[in-house]
Design a binder for this molecule. Structure first.
Ligand code: FUL
Length: 691
């Protein structure tokens, strides 16, 4: 080389000019911290729920459960870690202390822990075993520490805050690096409280003095992210439901102060002043803790795939829970389900059809080569396409060299500089015309769109509106194999069974005797008439086009409600309570207590009842405290069950309550309180359990 100095000068100048261009991209509004970014990129991690209430079949422990019942004789945190790892998860959050107050580690500050249980003769430490297993499997460890403690005598007093912080300190100093800490929002109410057995209410925003608690947490674990659902902004937010989805519009922004409505949590706030991304938490079974009756309710592959698209595919992360069995293990059905799910995700995202395709942009910054369209296909998360500064819209066209079949579109914003896109659409070029596949709102870290399979030579991605010049770092295109969703089974008030396939092209085969449905079973055409007796229905969907069958859907129904009458209510809509449709609801606006009295038509042998609350996101009248009476003659009533529906606010599932055999013709459900403390009782369904 003739003049090496000149050559290097030119190189340095070139480097500086690119660096300058990159700097020219200014952050817009709130941006994620390094920690939040790292967390978002984890995408998928596990929850495990285990406590004393695992042994009492309850959703929440009351705090008076004897530590002697806690004995997970086969406990193996390495099994949990292996499953999480094989499922593609990046970490595990363990319920070190749930609302019962029982500690899975031998805390110095209480006797209510594993140290007074028979497990390992009181010498064990589950958090330690979890930390070791995570290390072995290359997973990160997270801690759930319930602020509400139904065991501690000081709960509600200032002394408890010292106790709570002491426990946090133990957990954040003795178990290595913790990636996330979880402060559950369920707070205050009745409990054992060291024998007081009373109701204690606290102000969840102020009682814990979160500011100083956060300070301590961050000092002990500088890289941690804090999840808090107590109205005090932390690093991460709940998404307003435990059913496994966040809004299609999902801004990673909220205001630093102000109330958290369900809507705000679910959709975020376009002009929020803080970066508070959403974490979608849900369980692989309906409930968080293990209940044997849910062994047939493990989420199916299509359900889990839907959750994936509705969480990770909607700018959220996915925190998927495994209820630990009383023996200390994850149930084999849960393992099978999550591993099938992992395989399916791998299959769907195996071949990126956009790789190697041609790409051009409607707008490329005039002065740069650093922000070209090719950046969205280069597999590098640090490069991105940017339109000219002054533009808030623009499009990219991806062309294949031959007609290509696809049904998924994945797109990512370069969120380090803020979340910008407000609306966009995706079109396919089919038969010389642009056909719209999707018209959507936000993108954020990652958005995955699912649409019917299409064959096209080109795709056009158009940003219709953005807060400022949009920055897109990645686009991928896939053709996911079709999976059939198991059909939905309902039993109407008439007793007729209706089986509904999720698409009109598939056929349904079913059995009524508990046997496994196959293509040789009865083919479903119309509602099936049944007797008034109990019935167990199993059904599959089958696609003649692909010769594939769905997983089996199964439902057990108690006696038919054909001759039931709801007494004392004029409103005909009240029969929504008995129509078998989970989405139809009847509300009663009256001063609590609110009664619903039902005449069963004849004397039945009752051993329990069931209640399904309003299922909508903006639900009303979710009953949290109840009494349940029975009567032979509608005059003399016998109280057979009373209590709380734990966690019904966040997870409005079917509530099942069992009582001692009682013969009766009339039932009375009395709502004493709802989760909002107002005077509405809402009912999607009421059912009974007969002997
Ligand atoms: C809720 C709790 O009340 C549930 O029991 C569960 O721990 C869930 C993850 O959060 O708010």
């Amino acid at each position: 080389m003739k003049n090496p100095i000149l050559f290097y000068r030119i190189l340095i100048l070139l480097f500086l000019s690119t660096a300058n261009q990159l700097k020219a991209q200014e952050a817009l509004g709130p941006v994620p911290t390094e920690k939040q970014l790292r967390w978002q990129e984890m995408e998928y991690y596990a929850f495990v729920h285990l406590s004393v209430n695992t042994y009492t079949d309850m959703s929440w422990g009351f705090g008076n459960e004897d530590p002697k019942i806690f004995n997970p004789t086969e406990l193996d945190c390495r099994q949990w870690a292996r499953i999480a790892k094989e499922a593609g998860m990046k970490g595990i959050i363990i319920t070190a202390k749930h609302h019962s107050g029982f500690c899975l580690w031998p805390s110095k500050y209480t006797e209510y822990s594993v140290k007074n249980s028979p497990w390992k003769n009181g010498k064990g430490d589950i958090v330690r075993e979890m930390a070791d297993a995570c290390k072995e499997y290359g997973l990160k460890l997270g801690i759930y520490l319930s602020p509400w403690d139904r065991n501690h005598p000081d709960y509600g007093k200032p002394e408890y805050i010292t106790y709570f912080r002491n426990q946090l300190k133990e957990l954040l100093t003795n178990y290595g690096e913790i990636f996330e800490v979880w402060f559950d929002g369920a707070n205050g109410g009745d409990g054992y409280y060291g024998g007081a057995n009373e109701i204690r209410r606290i102000d969840r925003k102020t009682y814990y003095d979160w500011k100083n608690t956060y300070k301590m947490v961050r000092e002990l674990q500088p890289d941690i992210v804090i999840w808090n659902s107590n109205g005090d902004r932390a690093d991460l937010r709940w998404v307003g439901t435990e059913a496994g989805y966040v809004g299609e519009t999902n801004w990673s922004l909220l205001n630093s102060t102000g109330d958290e409505t369900r809507d705000l949590l679910h959709y975020g706030l376009e002009n929020g002043d803080s970066w508070v991304p959403g974490e979608v938490n849900t369980s692989i079974r309906p409930e968080w803790f293990y209940h044997k009756r849910e062994d047939t309710k493990v989420k199916t592959l299509p359900e889990l795939m839907t959750i994936y698209y509705n969480s990770i595919g909607r700018n959220g992360t996915l925190l998927l829970n495994f209820p630990i069995m009383p023996n200390g293990l994850i149930h084999e059905k849960d393992e099978k389900a999550v591993l099938e799910f992992a395989q399916e995700v791998k299959k769907v995202f195996a071949v990126n059809l956009a790789k190697g395709a041609k790409i051009e942009a409607s707008s490329v910054r005039a002065n740069s080569s650093g922000f070209g369209a090719e950046n969205v296909l280069d597999g590098d998360k640090n490069t991105y396409w940017a339109t000219d500064d002054q533009l808030k819209s623009g499009s990219l066209i991806i062309s294949f060299d031959k007609p290509t079949v696809f049904n998924r579109f994945l797109v990512q914003e370069y969120i380090k500089l803020g979340q910008r896109v407000k609306s966009f659409k995706v079109e396919a070029y089919v038969n010389q015309e642009w056909k719209e596949l999707a018209n959507e709102t936000t993108i954020g870290y990652k958005r995955i769109l699912c649409f019917p399979t299409v064959e096209a030579t080109k795709i056009r991605f158009t940003i219709l509106d953005a807060k400022s010049c949009p920055l897109i770092s990645n686009i991928e295109i896939y053709n996911a194999p079709q999976i059939l969703t198991a059909p939905l089974i309902v039993r109407k008030q008439s007793g007729n069974v209706q089986i509904i396939a999720s698409d009109s092209e598939s056929e349904i085969y079913y059995t009524l005797d508990g046997s496994r449905p196959t293509l040789k079973s009865t083919k479903y055409s119309n509602e099936v008439k049944t007797t008034n007796a109990k019935v167990e229905v199993k059904a599959i969907a089958y696609s003649p086009a692909t010769a594939k069958s769905s997983a089996i859907a199964e439902e057990k129904f108690d006696i038919a409600k054909k001759s039931w009458k709801i007494l004392g209510v004029e409103d005909k809509e009240v029969y929504r309570i008995l129509d078998g449709d989970a989405n139809s609801v009847w509300h009663q606006n009256k001063v609590m207590p609110i009664n619903v009295v039902i005449d069963l038509g004849k004397i039945e042998s009752l051993v329990g009842f069931r209640y399904l609350p309003d299922q909508s996101l903006r639900s009303k009248g979710i009953v949290s405290k109840y009494k349940f009476y029975v009567s032979i003659d509608n005059k003399k009533w016998q109280l057979v069950n009373e209590g709380e529906f734990s966690n019904i606010n966040n997870n409005p599932l079917w509530q099942n309550k069992i009582f001692k055999l009682a013969k009766a013709r009339y039932i009375k459900f009395t709502a004493l309180e709802n989760t909002k403390g107002d005077n509405v009782a809402g009912f999607a369904e009421i059912d009974i359990v007969t002997k």
